[in-house]
Design a protein around this ligand. Structure first.
Ligand code: WTA
Length: 636
């Protein structure tokens, strides 16, 4: 399944288009199946209904763990680097990881978890997080990992949506010089979560925590009560593997569902090829397992390929801005996979902390999560890769499960800011507003995919209609990504950013509607409108226009802003806090009451000269007031 040359890429691509089923069946055969599948693919994008490897039986952990034991049982599977560089790290060989996953799986069983039950995981970036994820998969429970930065309210929403039976968490988390009380946040969440019967708590920070009798148990004590014998549950290829919540343009985050067979095949195939992983190499993906990048390229993809994956608990800037380079040097990392926002923030610190580390072990650099700007691309190439490591700018989404458009390291000729070419099996099309395909090169449009790949989203948990509406109804017969894209003269793809009301802040997806709802929870707020604006480090910043019951002034305005930020933190989490808040007396609305975000976006960008047509507005005067206010804001 390994592509080594551009000719091989082209041949594989051709094969994948002409005979998708044959192409993927050949790749899938390299894995361990309890029972072979009867039919490779059945699909329609109208319902939508997509099934891969129909009738096939497997357990993904047998592929990620058991099958490696004979050949590489003593090879490191997970290397863990703690937040504090002075604390000892942990290396788990495949044998040790297998043992620990089985034990944890038995702990879940002891606490009532059976096949099909949902388990919420809210943990720091410690080995036990990866172990808990795999333990769920071992027994056929569905994990729903919630990023450790989300609020109690967000956890509760996710737990209730999925009706989770058990929560796995820790007393607290270390992030840089901060200590975060995870269990306390879970306790707050659980006040409103009747489905939860047990909470399994790992000791990490020794922060004092409440332990409720009958509900809360210590992971360490539970582990003493089980053996390491836990046969893997036999799963259907299309059984649910996990739910991961992600933001969209409307309302509450939705639970993206991935299934066992297709997700395994696709993440392994893309990991192996995009990064050109060689046995013995160490892969360092800096994402958090709370996001899809961590699921696919810290846990499942690398382990399915028998790779060594590094898990880092901390942040890039603590104890200083050389932390990534320190880790690369210390472990002799081969592949580094990070986000443009991290690169841009580290660029700002200069080269001193880069140059005093040996980065010569690096072979491939990856970028993910947001468009990478030219300056960051070159800095990454020059100073980290020393112009000898290919950069793979990987475009994909929570819904796609794995990388879709990306160079293959050392195989595809790269071009700064371009995700370049679709991987085998991926059939992108650009369409105009009416869904008409835009053919040829040197064009741009809305990015859609016209044929299923093995790890395509299957449904949104508990609400299939929402899945259909969001992804398959905008353009008939196509999966719509929500991204704008151009295809240049060479047929290379460049993702230009979201075309819907989803923001990408530091690589995190946040819906404008979600932030507005949170702001509107503040007692003094009547209405709000949130847009993104270009931000040097975060990629996009959050700009909120707020109508308050009484227009606050001076000191009062500052206090109200502070409270609005606290409200958003409480409702969603600190990542969704607006960077700028401007109080306004009205919002630019059409006669039918729709907020004209285009105008608000322009003003937030500081581009007030070309607001376009404002004559259809109910009250055009409000625009001048907002413009004037924005100038004051910009100077502040
Ligand atoms: C954006 C993250 C440009 C895009 C894996 C997409 C990118 C959203 C890139 C998905 C890239 C991701 N270049 N934009 N290489 N990768 N995006 O679900 O807007 O957190 O729709 O998945 O991030 O974000 P998500």
């Amino acid at each position: 399944m390994q592509i080594r040359t551009f000719d091989q890429y082209q041949a594989a691509y051709q094969h994948s288009i002409e005979d998708p089923e044959g192409f993927w069946a050949e790749i899938a055969q390299e894995f361990v199946w309890r029972k072979p599948w009867k039919k490779t693919l059945q699909w329609n994008f109208d319902e939508p209904s997509v099934q891969w490897f129909i009738g096939g039986k497997l357990n993904i952990t047998e592929n990620c763990l058991d099958r490696h034991l004979a050949e590489r049982g003593d090879q490191p599977a997970i290397i863990w680097e703690p937040n504090d560089p002075h604390e000892a790290g942990v290396t788990l060989t495949y044998r040790m990881l297998h043992d620990q996953v089985c034990r944890m799986a038995n702990v879940l069983k002891r606490n009532g978890v059976t096949k099909g039950d949902r388990v919420c995981i809210y943990m720091p970036m410690v080995p036990e997080l990866a172990i808990a994820v795999l333990a769920c998969a071992r027994i056929g429970a569905v994990h729903s990992v919630v990023f450790g930065g989300f609020s109690a309210q967000s956890i509760a929403d996710r737990i209730n949506d999925a009706q989770c039976k058990v929560v796995v968490t820790a007393d607290g988390a270390y992030r840089g010089n901060k200590e975060i009380a995870l269990k306390e946040t879970v306790d707050d969440a659980l006040i409103a979560c009747p489905s939860v019967q047990k909470v399994i708590v790992l000791t990490r920070t020794r922060t004092p925590v409440s332990m409720i009798k009958g509900r809360d148990v210590w992971m360490e004590q539970e582990l003493k009560l089980v053996t390491a014998d836990c046969p893997a549950e036999e799963m259907d290829a299309e059984d649910m593997l996990f739910i991961l919540y992600t933001s969209g343009s409307t309302g509450k985050p939705k639970g993206v569902v991935h299934t066992c067979g297709g997700y395994m095949v696709y993440t392994a195939y893309t990991f192996q090829n995009v990064f050109q992983y060689e046995p013995g190499q160490i892969h360092f993906c800096t994402a958090d397992i709370g996001w899809i990048t961590g699921h696919s390229y810290i846990v499942y993809g690398p382990l399915a390929c028998g790779a060594t994956t590094l898990l880092f608990e901390g942040v890039p800037t603590w104890p200083d801005c050389g932390r990534f380079w320190d880790i690369v040097d210390k472990y002799k990392i081969d592949i580094l996979y990070t986000a443009p926002t991290a690169i841009r923030s580290l660029m700002g610190f200069g080269l001193e902390k880069v140059e005093n580390h040996d980065l010569s072990s690096l072979k491939v650099l990856g970028s993910v999560g947001e468009p990478i700007n030219e300056e960051a691309w070159h800095w990454y190439d020059d100073h980290i890769g020393k112009n000898r490591c290919p950069i793979v700018d990987t475009w994909w989404q929570t819904e796609t499960g794995g990388i879709m458009i990306s160079p293959i390291a050392g195989v595809t000729k790269t071009k700064p800011t371009y995700a370049t070419l679709p991987l085998p099996g991926v059939q992108p099309v650009l369409v105009d507003e009416n869904g008409k395909e835009i053919a040829g090169n040197g064009v741009s449009g809305n990015l859609c995919i016209k044929f299923p790949w093995p790890s395509i989203i299957r449904t949104t948990y508990g609400d299939h209609e929402r899945c259909r509406q969001t992804y398959f109804s905008t353009y008939k017969g196509l999966y719509f990504t929500g991204d704008g894209c151009l295809r240049d003269e060479d047929g290379y793809y460049r993702i230009t950013g979201r075309v819907d009301d989803v923001l990408n802040v530091s690589g995190h997806r946040i819906g404008t509607a979600e932030v507005e709802n949170a702001i509107n929870m503040h007692t003094g707020v009547v209405e709000s409108a949130v847009v993104g604006y270009p931000h040097d480090i975060k990629g996009q910043g959050i700009y909120a226009y707020v109508i308050a019951e009484q227009m606050p002034e001076d000191h009062d305005a500052e206090l109200t802003k502070r409270d609005i930020l606290a409200t958003v933190s409480r409702v969603i989490g600190p990542i969704a806090k607006p960077d700028k808040i401007q109080f306004v007396s009205g919002l630019p609305k059409t006669r039918s009451g729709k907020i004209m975000r285009r105008i608000l976006r322009k003003i937030a960008e500081g581009d007030t000269a070309n607001l376009g047509d404002t004559t259809t507005l109910l009250d055009p005067g409000v625009v001048d007031e907002i413009k004037a206010g924005a100038l004051v804001e910009a100077k502040a």
